[in-house]
Design a protein around this ligand. Structure first.
Ligand code: FAD
Length: 385
C-alpha cells in the first residue's frame, strides 16, 4: 500500500478525493476538519425541535449535467425529485424566477407567445451598448431597464455590497431570460435532493476502511511530515498565513423564524427591492416535500463583507484579488508534496457537482502522475490559476 496521505477538509472535495484514492489505488488517508462535523458547507442536520432537515450553511440543491457525477452521488444516497421554483416578491407583486414567459407576461400585463416576447425583449434591450463595461450595462444590453431594475439591480447590490456598475460584465454571461413557461431554476438534466440530507451522503462516501476522519482538528504545517502527500481544501491564503494579504469574500448570515404551518409556500423567495436589507428567505421544509411537518423554519438571508472570524462564502474575484491569487498560486506551485483543490483552495465559486467532478478527475490525474514518476499536480487543471 502507498504512503498514507493527509486530506484537509471533510467537505465534498476532501471526501470524494479520499474515496477515489482508497478505491482506485488502495491509498490510506486521514481526513481532518477544523469543524465538529463533516460535509463542510453542505452540512445538513435535523432541527431537534421540529424534525425539519436544515441546510446549516444555506440551501443546497443538487443539479448536474454530468451523468458520471449523478451516478456517483446516487451510489451513496437515494435522491428524491426536487425542482427549485424560485419566486420574487416586488412592490408590483410576486413573480416567477428565473425571468420566463410567465414573468414577462405578468410584469408587462401582456399575453405574448414565445416569439412575440423575444421580439418585445429585443426592443427593450439597450442596443446603444456595444461593449458592456460592467454588470449593469450587460443587463441593460440583454433585457432593458424595467426587468433589470425589478429583478437584478437591488438583489445584486445587496448580494455584492456595491453598485452593479462596479461589478464585471462577465458575471452575467448569458441572457438571463427564458422565452417559455419553464420555471425550473436550473437547466441541468439531473436534479434532486438526497433523501436523508448531504451529511448522511458524505458520511457514506467517507465510510471506507482506508479512510479515517478526525474532527475538531485544524491543519498545522508540522502535520505534513508524517504523510506522503497533503491535499488541502481550505482557504488558499490561510494556508500561507495570509502573508501576502487576504482574498476577499462576501459572507451571508441568517435570522431564523419558527412558526406553525406554512411561512411562504415555497422553498426560496427572493426580495430584489433595494430598500429591504435582506436578499431572500428560504423555508427548509419545502426542500423535502415528501416529508410532513406541522411547524416551519424560515431563514431570512443577509449579505455582508467577510471579517476575519466569518465563514468565507462567495469569492469576490475583483482585479486586486486576481493579482493576489496569482501570487499565492506561485507559492503553491513551489510546494513539493501539497495539492490544492475545492472551492476555497482554488478561490472560485463552485457548485457541488463541480467540486465532485473535479475531485474525481483530480484523483485520476494525481494517481497517473504518481505512477509515472512525474511531478504530481498542484491544482486541478480547470482551476487555471
Ligand atoms: C449559501 C450557499 C449556497 C449554495 N448553494 C448551492 C446549491 O444550491 N447547489 C450547489 O451545487 N452548490 C451550492 N453551493 C456551493 C457548495 O456549498 C460548494 O460547492 C461546496 O461546499 C464545496 O465543497 P468543498 O469541499 O470544496 O468546500 P467546503 O464545503 O467549504 O469544505 C471545506 C472544509 O474544509 C475545512 N477546513 C478549512 N480550512 C481548514 C483547516 N485549516 N484545517 C482543517 N479543516 C479546514 C472546513 O471546515 C470545511 O469543512 C452553495 C454555497 C453557498 C455559499
Amino acid at each position: 500500500m502507498p504512503d498514507p496521505v493527509l486530506i484537509v477538509g471533510a467537505g465534498f472535495s476532501g471526501a470524494v478525493l479520499a474515496r477515489q484514492l482508497a478505491e482506485l489505488a488502495d491509498v490510506k488517508s486521514i481526513v481532518i476538519d477544523a469543524r465538529d462535523h463533516i460535509a463542510g458547507n453542505c452540512h445538513t442536520e435535523r432541527d431537534a425541535e421540529t424534525g425539519i432537515m436544515v441546510h446549516t450553511f444555506g440551501p443546497h440543491i443538487f443539479h448536474t449535467d454530468r451523468a458520471d457525477v449523478w451516478a456517483y452521488v446516487n451510489r451513496f444516497s437515494e435522491f428524491r425529485p426536487f425542482v427549485n421554483r424560485v419566486k420574487a416578491t416586488t412592490d408590483r407583486g410576486v413573480f416567477s424566477l428565473p425571468v420566463n414567459l410567465h414573468t414577462i407576461n405578468q410584469f408587462f400585463g401582456t399575453s405574448m407567445s414565445p416569439a412575440e416576447a423575444r421580439e418585445f425583449i429585443q426592443e427593450k434591450a439597450d442596443t446603444s451598448i456595444a461593449e458592456p463595461a460592467n454588470f449593469e450595462e450587460q443587463a441593460l444590453k440583454f433585457i432593458g431597464r424595467e426587468l433589470y431594475e425589478a429583478f437584478f439591480y437591488g438583489y445584486t447590490k445587496k448580494q455584492w455590497g456595491c453598485d452593479p456598475t462596479e461589478l464585471p460584465a462577465a458575471i452575467l454571461s448569458r441572457l438571463p431570460v427564458r422565452f417559455s413557461y419553464d420555471d425550473n431554476y436550473y437547466n441541468s438534466p439531473f436534479q434532486g435532493m438526497p433523501a436523508e440530507g448531504y451529511t448522511a451522503l458524505i458520511a457514506k462516501i467517507l465510510d471506507h476502511p482506508n479512510i479515517e476522519v478526525r474532527l475538531n482538528t485544524r491543519y498545522e504545517h508540522a502535520m505534513a511530515e508524517q504523510f506522503g502527500h497533503v491535499f488541502y481544501t481550505g482557504p488558499l491564503d490561510e494556508y500561507f498565513a495570509h502573508r501576502l494579504g487576504r482574498l476577499s469574500y462576501r459572507t451571508v448570515f441568517w435570522e431564523k423564524k419558527k412558526s406553525e404551518g406554512d411561512f411562504q409556500g415555497v422553498a426560496v423567495m427572493n426580495y430584489p427591492d433595494p430598500k429591504l436589507p435582506y436578499t431572500r428567505i428560504h423555508e427548509h421544509k419545502h426542500f423535502t416535500p415528501w416529508e410532513k411537518h406541522d411547524s416551519t423554519l424560515a431563514f431570512v438571508e443577509y449579505s455582508k463583507e467577510t471579517g476575519p472570524d466569518d465563514i468565507p462564502y462567495y469569492p469576490k474575484r475583483l482585479a486586486a484579488d486576481k493579482e493576489l491569487l496569482a501570487s499565492y498560486a506561485t507559492l503553491a506551485n513551489a510546494e513539493q508534496k501539497v495539492s490544492f483543490l475545492g472551492r476555497l483552495a482554488t478561490y472560485r465559486y463552485m457548485d457541488m457537482h463541480q467540486v465532485i467532478g473535479e475531485a474525481i478527475d483530480f484523483a485520476d490525474a494525481w494517481l497517473a502522475a504518481k505512477s509515472s514518476g512525474a511531478k504530481t499536480p498542484t491544482f486541478p487543471a480547470k482551476a487555471a490559476l
